[in-house]
Design a protein around this ligand. Structure first.
Ligand code: NAD
Length: 283
């Protein structure tokens, strides 16, 4: 069994990004990322801090716009308009979830598709489905990078994606289909989840339920990617897969933490560099 080491790969990618950021600076462009954070959800605050630290590490300028839970939709939209117009900012991400009184779709649709480094704008999502150049969402993109690094070719493979959200499962499906995998996508209404996971060569899970995938649900030699992040009452972080037992049957598996999480951040940096390069070329 081989561990798909996202921590190690993300370090390698970050050192490449650092060089690219330096090159861009020589050409007069400092890549810049803006983050909008609303409210004081501790998990969101942690994610934003990690993203900011990663930007510092590679030489990407970053700015966090923090707002109280009570911000109006109108105020948020005008902040986005302002950032869209700012030539020093090439990437903009809205940390989710947003408070209930805010229409998340409306907010995400206001981000300029050119600065949409999270790849959540429907325009970029449409381009992704069509297999065109775009900003793909960072988590599924990070999974594809892991496959590339470990020479895992998804062509013709049976892949089961568990979880069908707009930010994880659906873009994961699109990236895989574009690489000619045969993809089953399961969700809360799937009748017999094990029937799908059992026949898959690759199982990719992003649900948010500890131990959802157990050893009896996968075949011998399966490749397992665990996107889930769950905090147990004792503070321990675990994924959606029963790692201890599933890893005994798997040929490759991601750990949690140290698998997909660090790759997500590396892909955010990569998308920000891409946005800065696009900006340079359009000048
Ligand atoms: P979400 O709540 O938006 O979507 C969850 C999906 O799982 C839905 O499609 C739902 O139908 C499905 N689901 C729920 N219960 C199920 C069940 N019993 N069987 C099969 N499917 C079921 O969540 P999300 O934002 O997509 O995040 C999913 C998980 O991935 C969370 O644990 C989140 O923390 C994690 N995540 C990790 C990263 C990372 O960088 N590693 C990034 C994003 C999300």
């Amino acid at each position: 069994m081989t561990i798909l080491d996202g921590k190690k790969l993300s370090q390698k990618i970050k050192s490449e990004i650092k060089k690219e950021a330096q090159e861009l600076k020589k050409e007069g462009i400092t890549p810049g990322l803006a983050v909008i954070l609303v409210g004081n959800d501790p998990a969101s605050q942690t994610y934003v801090r990690m993203k900011k630290d990663a930007c510092n590490e590679v030489g990407i300028y970053s700015v966090v716009h923090e707002f109280p839970e009570t911000i109006t939709q109108k105020e948020l939209l005008s902040t986005i308009d302002m950032i869209n117009e700012n030539p020093n900012i090439h990437g903009l991400l809205i940390q989710l979830p947003l408070p209930k009184h805010i229409d998340t779709t409306k907010i995400l649709e206001r981000v300029s598709p050119k600065k949409d480094v999270d790849g959540f704008h429907p325009y970029n999502m449409g381009r992704l489905v069509e297999g065109l150049d775009t900003f793909a969402p960072c988590t599924p993109l990070g999974v594809m990078e892991l496959f590339k690094e470990y020479n895992i070719d998804v062509y013709g493979k049976d892949v089961c994606v568990v979880g069908a959200s707009n930010i994880v499962g659906k873009p994961m499906w699109a990236l895989l289909v574009n690489k000619m995998a045969t993809v089953d996508i399961c969700h809360i209404a799937t009748k017999d989840l094990a029937a799908h996971t059992k026949r898959a060569d690759i199982v990719i899970v992003g649900v948010g339920k500890p131990n959802l995938i157990t050893a009896d649900m996968v075949k011998e030699g399966v490749i397992v990617v665990d996107i889930g992040i769950n905090k147990l009452p004792d503070g321990k972080l675990v994924g959606d897969v029963d790692f201890e037992n599933v890893s005994k049957k798997a040929s490759y598996i991601t750990p949690v933490p140290g698998g997909v999480g660090p790759m997500t951040i590396a892909m955010l940096l990569k998308n920000t560099i891409k946005a800065a390069k696009n900006f340079k070329e359009a000048k």
